[in-house]
Design a protein around this ligand. Structure first.
Ligand code: TXA
Ligand code: MG
Length: 318
């Protein structure tokens, strides 16, 4: 890359043309930026795995323009229809049985007989998918295992492959979508995310099960270590120790200046929006350890703490 501080932004129509040619683009969504390819084109999808250094066993989410497009590739039962009608477009991914027919290559689903579907709430991206006329496979725009990107520039720089980006501004939610599996009898929360568990349970009138290690369904991408900065993380910290960077939450009178606060007012949505950018910012200063204040486990706190625990997990980055 010539200049690591600039990035190549392209228009909607150029993005559609690139996707149609089997090339990659970085697209905005309300959750995080995605590295997108035409989901019906196996050669294009292969480029996603290569660029992200993503293991092939880890399937991708197909992003659709609307429920109609999604219903061509996934089997919607009653619960799936209700959830889609309530929360799409929005940060909810449904894992459903694959529909018959071969429009989506096995590479996308990593050979599973299920498929992950969502309709993102970002006008630029839903228009691009709609103009393309086909679903778009898009994992988060970052190297496998690293922090997700919530701005166009961060996504462009993080991948370091000069892949053009459609700049849709800062992501509204800042955390990946919540993933629910509905292909079994009881709905399972595969990944906590930007849509809180209780909102989904209220609509389902049912509790979401959490997958056990031996359960029938898991999200293959939910490795213990993920979303990892280079620094190690110390969670639920009361205060920084000497030499540690500090990531605070809520009012902190008297805290020294060289620190970041996810939300000085204790607003969970603001904390979610800031999480990845602030971790990245602190990590750029190469501290040995980032100490992180404790965050309530309520509502999207479940997803924030999930990401923090995975970022803090022992890893072997090789
Ligand atoms: O918010 C989001 O979901 C973002 C934006 C770009 O849409 N995308 C995203 O994709 O987070 P990715 O690839 O980073 O995470 C997708 C997760 C992985 O953990 C993967 O294993 C899981 O979804 N997944 C995909 N298909 C699945 C399937 N058929 N069954 C179970 N898990 C699946
Ligand atoms: Mg990801």
């Amino acid at each position: 890359m010539d200049n690591p501080f600039s990035y190549t932004a392209i228009s909607k129509s150029k993005a559609v043309a690139r996707l149609a040619r089997g090339e990659l683009v970085i697209l905005p969504t309300e959750t995080v930026y995605g590295l997108a390819a035409d989901a019906t084109n196996a050669d294009a999808v292969l480029k996603i795995f290569a660029t992200k250094k993503r293991p092939r066993f880890n399937p991708l989410i197909c992003h659709c323009a609307n429920l109609e497009m999604a219903a061509e590739i996934g089997v919607f039962g009653e619960a799936a229809r209700v959830l889609a009608a309530t929360f799409w477009p929005g940060p909810l991914t449904l894992v459903l049985e694959r529909a018959n027919g071969k429009t989506i290559p096995d590479l996308v689903t990593a050979g599973l007989n299920t498929i992950a579907l969502r309709v993102p709430a970002h006008d630029l991206t839903t228009q691009i998918i709609s103009d393309l006329g086909r679903p778009v496979a898009a994992p988060s725009a970052n190297f496998s295992g690293a922090l997700s990107a919530t701005s166009a520039k961060t996504a462009f720089v993080a991948l370091g492959a000069n892949i053009p980006v459609v700049d849709g501004g800062a992501c509204d939610r800042g955390l990946e979508s919540t993933i629910i599996a509905l292909s079994e009898t009881n709905p399972i929360l595969l990944r906590p995310g930007a849509l809180a568990r209780d909102e989904i349970e209220a609509v389902l009138g049912d509790k979401l099960a959490t997958p056990g290690p031996d359960g029938p369904i898991t999200a293959p991408g939910m490795l213990a270590s993920h979303y990892a900065p280079r620094a190690s993380l110390r969670l639920n910290a009361g205060a920084p120790e000497p030499g540690e960077s500090w990531l605070g939450f809520g009012p902190e009178p008297g805290r020294p200046g060289a620190a970041l606060n996810l939300s000085p007012t204790g607003d969970m949505a603001e904390a979610a929006r800031n999480l990845f950018e602030y971790l990245r910012h602190l990590d750029e200063k190469s501290p040995a350890t980032i100490a992180v204040a404790s965050i309530p486990e309520t509502a999207i706190g479940e997803a924030i703490n999930d990401r923090l625990r995975r970022a803090a997990a022992p890893r072997n980055l090789g």
